[in-house]
Design a binder for this molecule. Structure first.
Ligand code: SF4
Length: 221
């Protein structure tokens, strides 16, 4: 079996989910099938090294942290990612998986907290959300151990209106946590906050915590 392609493994503060603020070990996998114009992890598109799952688990053990996030790039383009997730669960870890939403989520093991992006029009990756994933999310949430969150990263008012309509059209509020996050330098948090309040939209405004904490550090945080 081929190894996993790894970009980096590091310890930081979780910044973009309902787990934001907690210490977390990140396994950042290499490679991505999208090219978002605000990508802050573009180095993962090419820069990667092969690492066996046993070796990744040994590295994880050195951190003594129970919260682990597998991210990318896009983790689900690698066939062995579900195996890595299963092994982490077997070690008793709380496991988050961040995916860009473009790949069906049916291979993600139960027990993993799946955090899926829905790419908005001004990301340059609009229309990438896989058409099966809304059905798979509902199926996942029916299981007692199934968990999922949806994240919209917004560049503009156009993105906000698109995301708002997506959430309403698919009756997603109340079903799972919905995260609205502004792209830094494109959309101000107060503008986004005001739009959410005006629409009385039950979504969670999310700021990129790691970017606020370490604005001058572009990786490993
Ligand atoms: S999906 Fe994520 S890693 Fe891939 S290009 Fe978009 S922001 Fe970058």
């Amino acid at each position: 079996m081929p190894d996993l392609k790894i970009s980096e493994i590091f310890y930081s503060i979780q910044g973009e989910s309902t787990y934001a603020g907690l210490p977390c070990v990140f396994i950042r996998l290499g490679g991505c099938n999208l090219r978002c114009n605000y990508c802050d992890a573009a180095y993962t598109w090419k820069e990667e090294k092969n690492q066996e799952i046993e070796s990744i688990l040994s590295t994880i053990d050195t951190f003594s942290c129970n919260l682990i996030e597998v991210t990318g790039g896009e983790p689900l383009i690698q066939k062995r990612t579900p195996e890595l997730l299963t092994r982490l669960l077997e070690k008793g870890k709380t496991v988050l998986l961040e995916s860009n939403g473009s790949i069906p989520i049916d291979k993600i093991p139960d027990g993993v907290i799946a955090i899926l992006d829905v790419k908005c029009p001004d990301s340059s990756s609009g229309n990438s959300f896989h058409p099966d994933n809304l059905r798979l999310i509902r199926k996942r949430l029916q299981k007692s151990s199934g968990s999922c969150e949806l994240k919209f990263v917004l560049s503009s008012k156009k993105d906000y209106l698109w995301a708002r309509d997506f959430v309403i059209q698919h009756a997603l509020t109340g079903l799972l946590p919905i995260l609205f996050s502004p792209v830094q330098q494109r959309l101000t948090p107060p503008d986004l906050a005001n739009w959410i309040l005006e629409d009385i939209l039950p979504v969670r405004l999310q700021l990129q915590l790691h970017a606020a904490l370490w604005p001058d550090i572009s990786r490993g945080v």
